[in-house]
Ligand binder design. Sequence first.
Ligand SMILES: O=P(O)(O)OC[C@H]1O[C@H](O[C@H]2O[C@H](CO)[C@@H](O)[C@H](O)[C@H]2O)[C@H](O)[C@@H](O)[C@@H]1O
Ligand SMILES: O=c1ccn([C@@H]2O[C@H](COP(=O)(O)OP(=O)(O)O)[C@@H](O)[C@H]2O)c(=O)[nH]1
Length: 925
Amino acid sequence: MCLWMLKFSVTQNKHMLPIKYDFTSPILTTRLERPLRERELRECNGCYNPNEDAIGNKESDLFLSEGDSWGFTSDEEFLEVIAAARSFSQSSENQDGIPVKQRLLVVANKLPVSAVRKGADSWQLEMSVGGLVTAVLGVKGFETRWIGWPGVNVSDEVGRRALTKKLSEKRCIPVFLNEDIVHQYYNGYCNNILWPHLHYLGLQPEDRLANTRCFESQFDAYIKANEMFAAVVNEHYGEGDVVWCHDYHLMFLPKCLKMYNKNMKVGWFLHTPFPSSEIYRTLPSRSELLRSILAADLVGFHTYDYVRHFVSACTRVLGLEGTPEGVEDHGKFTHVAAFPIGIDSNRFIRALELPQVRSHIKELQERFSGRKVMLGVDRLDMIKGIPQKILAFEKFLEENPDWHNKVVLLQIAVPTRTDVPEYQKLTSQVHEIVGRINGRFGTLTAVPIHHLDRSLDFHALCALYAVTDIALVTSLRDGMNLVSYEYVACQSSKKGVLILSEFAGAAQSLGAGAILVNPWNITEMAASIAYALNMPADEREKRHQHNFTHVTTHTAQEWAETFVSELNHTIAESQSTTKQVPPLFPVRTAIENYLKSNNRLIILGFNATLTDSGDYLGRKSDQIKEMEFRLHPDLKQPLEKLCNDLKTTVMVISGSDRSILDNNFRRYNIWLAAENGMFLRCTKEDWVTTIPEISNMEWVDSVKHVFEYFTERTPRSHFEVRQASLVWNYKFADIEFGRIQARDLLQHLWTGPISNANVDVVQGGRSVEVRAAGLTKGAAIERILGNIVHYKRMKTPIDYVLCIGHFLGKDEDIYKFFDPELPPEPTIMARAEVMRPVKVAVSKFAASKSGEEAYFTKGLRPSATSVWQPTSYNDSSPQDGSSVLDLSSENYFSCAVSRTQSAARYRLGSADNVVSFLKELAWCS
Ligand SMILES: O=P(O)(O)OC[C@H]1O[C@H](O[C@H]2O[C@H](CO)[C@@H](O)[C@H](O)[C@H]2O)[C@H](O)[C@@H](O)[C@@H]1O
Ligand SMILES: O=c1ccn([C@@H]2O[C@H](COP(=O)(O)OP(=O)(O)O)[C@@H](O)[C@H]2O)c(=O)[nH]1
């Protein structure tokens, strides 16, 4: 079962089971239980009731300050908005016991106002139109500030100061962008590249001479603008605040914010669709943007499809591990989930009772009496499918002459992004089609299409929603589409029909009550219009009721509440899990203690520890992958220095075979342990076997057959046959297909060739390895150590051990082997009983601090068996009676690279960090 299916079935089961809540438990066990509990609590407290009438808490109303009616034309409407919003307060108390609300910094490209300059230091503010604005108007229960671009270029200081002051009255904080940035960032990268791309309209070829299509300079402006937003957020951020970034304009913001303060609580929500990874991956800046979004703590989308696409893009483009809950990137987990937006439904329902709306309704009823009215309300944007809608209406008229003069289409087309040439072209195209159809089907007294290139005020819009018989939403792609929700909210008496594009996010929630259409299929849309016009009243009633229930119970307030509460919870959760994550490697202490010690052992992994990340082209390419790992070029000198230090023994232990280690390390005076320690050499000597007793390798051929079978069927996969192991590797294959194949391969192995064989199967990030049983780095290390001590004729005990690697879980027993604070490791002892005295000695020794006595009486002692016998070094001086480890806890440094779940004491983020550390260590010594 794939992960997605798993999530789905779990969720379904949860729904089916009666859930009992423990109201005293601070963190509930599942992501489903918590929101349910919160909803239940709200209902218990009487503060969650979509139809409630009471007046809300004025303080909680975003952007409403004293005596301000916010562009609402009456006091009633002003009160409407206040009343509509109920606060689910997240308040805590200050020292005086006065409740303090959590501050919410909403960051969006545009402030919810447009500023009009009235004089050198005087400004007038007007409400903006748009889905995001409408929804965030519903955010209550927080001390909210909105940070964004005021929509005008203000180049003088006087003007900026005056506008900042004016905006502060509305709890808005401006980000001033200059004209050139706005052109390149907003018109260019946001609206000419990202917007069409996210809506599946594809990328136009780059034209470096036309500045509307020059990806690189526009992307630079995009980054610059995001950095400017980040600077303003940072300036206003206070500890405990929640920062909620919105939309495709600010994809780079989470990363910038975390660079200011890694503890900032950052959520990012996308209002548009997130396209399939096959589309997304054509975007030139695909990786940078994904990585930046992943810097957020919580990432939200309108629908589960968009979540799936995003996680899949992270997997396919960045090669990261995706789960149903989110994405892991180098140990950092980002939660990803669907949060479908809603509307403030009460605001619309109540508006219908207002006198001015009633008068609009009356006027419209008289104007269109005797005719059915269909309504379209869209920004004049190519994603809204306005030409398709009009052409479908034309086809309907063509096919249904009986309806001529009996039906009219009112299309409100709100001008938007008028500086972008594509939008200008669309306006002319729509006018041309409307003109043609009206010419074709109109009469001297009536036309079938009323097309308005303008926006309407709230009252006029509500009236239109209420009187029309059908709403036509034909978006080619649309994040959600709030117009469809608003229409449903206003249709209580008329029970009009909603024709809704299956490509709008709203189709996921209103799909059952609406008539879903494919806007590219004009014939189907024309038939749907006919069906809707002729729909019997009982069917209309049922469909409407279905949608009305959804719209009134999934409100904007609840959307915002859920997102912010999930963000708070995600952070609390990650704080509780970070405790289990090893702390960062203490570079300073490791170096200081190294310098103070007399006989040091440095054990290093190879792959993903000392290797080059292969980032040759930097931002210019995320494609070039190493065919074979190679030592990071920056390590050459430091490694040489460390290896030549008489007080230091350096060893590289790896799963790789001997030739790879030889190729990379033959020039150093170093110890190499290939195939997880099965083979050992000092570069001055030959390879020797440390575990000669592995003899039964009968399983190899059958495992090889399985690997061959899967290699043939998994393009770009390969396998390696080593002395005591076989590894099937799919790091170059399609990541998702590779994972599916790996699961299948494992099943084949378990049920077939290795079911009775004495082997271990080890699953790597992009590999499956079958090894002779018990062959781990931890199991090999004691013999290796014996060989080294013997060969070097060590007289001074090892008093410092540094063990750094990106090891598989099974191989992490090597960290435990040395750890003076850990009890004996049963698996290691089980592997080779001869090691028992060693482990006991080491762990006993841990109880004491270093010292001569401890060294001779409690240290590591050679046992009487083969472990201690050098396998090839012809040296007869035994170490009997002497110990080789004098390791105090503070001189032991085990460190996992790019892993957060590890048995190591510490962690480092990447091979690059290891390289920097080793450079510094070599330099200091
Ligand atoms: O301000 P504009 O550039 O004219 O654009 C207005 C908004 O359009 C987009 O809205 C999206 O958000 C809606 C609410 O979530 C959703 O229903 C709709 O499907 C989306 O298209 C845009 O994402 C916003 O940033 C703009 O402000
Ligand atoms: O003349 C108009 C037309 C539309 N709207 C509002 O614009 C928003 C459009 O949101 P939607 O999600 O449908 O699409 P978007 O424009 O955000 O892509 C809705 O809240 C409408 O009420 C408006 O206030 N006046």
